[in-house]
Design a protein around this ligand. Structure first.
Ligand code: PHB
Length: 390
C-alpha cells in the first residue's frame, strides 16, 4: 500500500469508528428516546415525539450549561428491538437518560439495561403497575391502569351499573385493569358475569362483542391500548349494543383523544376514568393544547403526549438540580420527589416508588365547540398506584 492509500484507509477507518462510537462530550447531555414510530402503537410514538420536541422548543436546549441532544429511535413496537436499541444507545452513544417505552413489554425488556448501566429510565407511556419494580433506575411519568380502573370500579355501581362484562387486551396493562376494576366493583356490590381477554396484536373484537350482546349486562368495561379504541367503538355501535341498553365504560384509553373526534356521535355520553383529557380546564392545559396543535398541524394531544411532555420536564429539572453533573445516580435522585403542575393537573413523582401520583378524573364524552371531548365531571385527588399501596 502506498502512503496515500494508507492515509485514505486510516481516514476511512476513523470515520467508520466515529460513526459508531461517539466520543463522550461533557458539554452534551443525551436523551435516548425509544418509541414505537411504526407498527401497532405508532400513534403513541408520534404523540410522544411531538410532545418532547414541543417541550424543547418551549424550554430551550441548554440546561445547566449542557446542550440537550434528543436521539429518537423507532423500536417498531417490538420489545426485543427496544432492548437492542437501548443497549446501543448506552454503549455507543453514552446517553445520560433512556426514555419513551410505548408498551409494557418494551419497558420490561429494557429494565435490566438501565440497572446494569446505572442509567435513569423515564417511562413515558407504558402503564403496568409492576414496571417501576423492574429496575431501581425507572421513573414513570405516564400512569397506571390500576389507578384509573379503581376509580371506575367505585363510580359504576353507584351509578346504576351492577352487572358488568370485562373485555381487556391480554397482557400486563389489560390484566391490571381487569383485576383492579373487578376487585373494586365487587367491593361496591357489583357483579362480573364474564371476563374476556383479546390478543394484544391485531385483535378481532367481533366474536367477543357478540357474546357480550347475548349476555346483556348493564355495561361492558373495556381496556385496549391507545390507538385501538376507535375499532372497539365502531364494532360496539355496529352491533347496536348501545341500543340494546349496554353501556360502554372503561379507562380513558378507549376514548383516546388522538381518535375521539373521529368516532362520531355514537361515542357521546361514554364515561371513562383517566388522568388526562385534552379538555382539562386549566390555563396550563389550554396553553399546552394550543401550542401542541399549532406545532403539529392541528393534531390533538392525548395522554401519551402528556406522559412525554412531563417526562421531559422531569429530565430537565433533574439535570438542573444536579447542576449538570449528569451522572446516573445523582440524576435519578433529582427525579424522585419532583412536584409540579402538568397539563393533566398537579402531579408528583413518589420518591419511594418512583411512580407517578396524580388526580384521576371521571369524564363523559360531550360535544364542545363542535368537537368530541372527554369532559371531566369529578376528580379523585392524588391517586397513588394501588398496585403498590395495598
Ligand atoms: C402498555 O403497554 O403499558 C400500555 C399501552 C397503551 C396504553 C396503556 C398501556 O394505552
Amino acid at each position: 500500500m502506498n502512503k496515500n492509500a494508507m492515509f485514505r484507509a486510516t481516514a476511512l477507518a476513523l470515520v467508520a469508528l466515529s460513526a459508531t462510537y461517539s466520543i463522550a462530550d461533557d458539554n452534551v447531555f443525551k436523551i435516548g428516546l425509544i418509541l414505537p414510530m411504526t407498527g401497532q402503537q405508532a400513534s403513541t410514538g408520534r404523540q410522544i415525539e411531538a410532545a418532547a420536541r414541543l417541550y424543547m422548543a418551549q424550554n430551550g436546549d441548554t440546561v445547566a450549561g449542557k446542550k440537550i441532544q434528543l436521539i429518537v429511535k423507532d423500536d417498531t413496537t417490538i420489545p426485543d428491538v427496544t432492548k437492542r436499541l437501548a443497549q446501543e444507545l448506552v454503549v455507543n452513544e453514552k446517553v445520560n437518560v433512556l426514555a419513551g417505552f410505548g408498551i409494557t413489554p418494551s419497558a420490561l425488556a429494557t429494565a435490566p439495561i438501565a440497572t446494569q448501566s446505572k442509567t435513569p429510565m423515564v417511562v413515558m407511556a407504558a402503564a403496568t403497575s409492576s414496571i417501576t419494580q423492574a429496575s431501581p433506575y425507572i421513573v414513570r411519568t405516564s400512569f397506571t391502569l390500576a389507578q384509573a380502573a379503581v376509580a371506575m370500579g367505585d363510580w359504576a355501581p353507584k351509578n346504576g351499573i351492577k352487572k358488568v362484562v370485562t373485555l381487556v387486551s391480554d397482557y400486563g396493562p389489560g390484566i391490571d385493569a381487569e383485576k383492579y376494576f373487578i376487585e373494586r366493583l365487587l367491593l361496591n356490590g357489583g357483579q362480573v358475569t364474564e371476563s374476556l381477554r383479546v390478543p394484544m396484536r391485531s385483535p378481532d373484537f367481533a366474536p367477543f362483542l357478540q357474546k357480550v350482546r347475548d349476555q346483556k349486562p348493564d355495561a361492558l368495561f373495556v381496556f385496549v391500548p391507545s390507538g385501538a379504541g376507535a375499532a372497539v367503538m365502531k364494532q360496539f355501535l355496529e352491533r347496536g349494543m348501545d341500543k340494546a341498553g349496554i353501556k360502554l365504560i372503561g379507562t380513558g384509553d378507549v376514548t383516546d383523544d388522538d381518535q375521539l373526534n373521529d368516532m362520531g356521535d355514537g361515542a357521546l355520553n361514554v364515561v371513562t376514568s383517566h388522568h388526562y383529557s385534552a379538555a382539562h380546564p386549566s390555563a396550563m392545559n389550554k396553553k399546552f393544547v394550543e401550542a401542541f396543535q399549532k406545532a403539529n398541524k392541528g393534531m390533538r394531544p392525548n395522554f401519551m403526549a402528556v406522559g412525554g411532555y412531563d417526562g421531559m420536564r422531569v429530565i430537565y429539572e433533574a439535570l438542573r438540580a444536579s447542576k449538570g453533573l449528569g451522572a446516573g445516580d445523582g440524576l435519578l435522585a433529582s427525579m424522585k420527589g419532583q412536584i409540579f403542575e402538568s397539563p393533566r393537573g398537579p402531579m408528583f413523582i413518589d420518591s419511594q416508588t418512583r411512580d407517578v401520583v396524580h388526580n384521576i378524573y371521571l369524564r363523559k364524552v360531550q360535544r364542545q365547540d363542535g368537537h368530541l371531548h372527554n369532559v371531566e365531571f369529578e376528580a379523585i385527588k392524588d391517586v397513588k398506584d394501588p398496585g403498590k399501596h395495598k
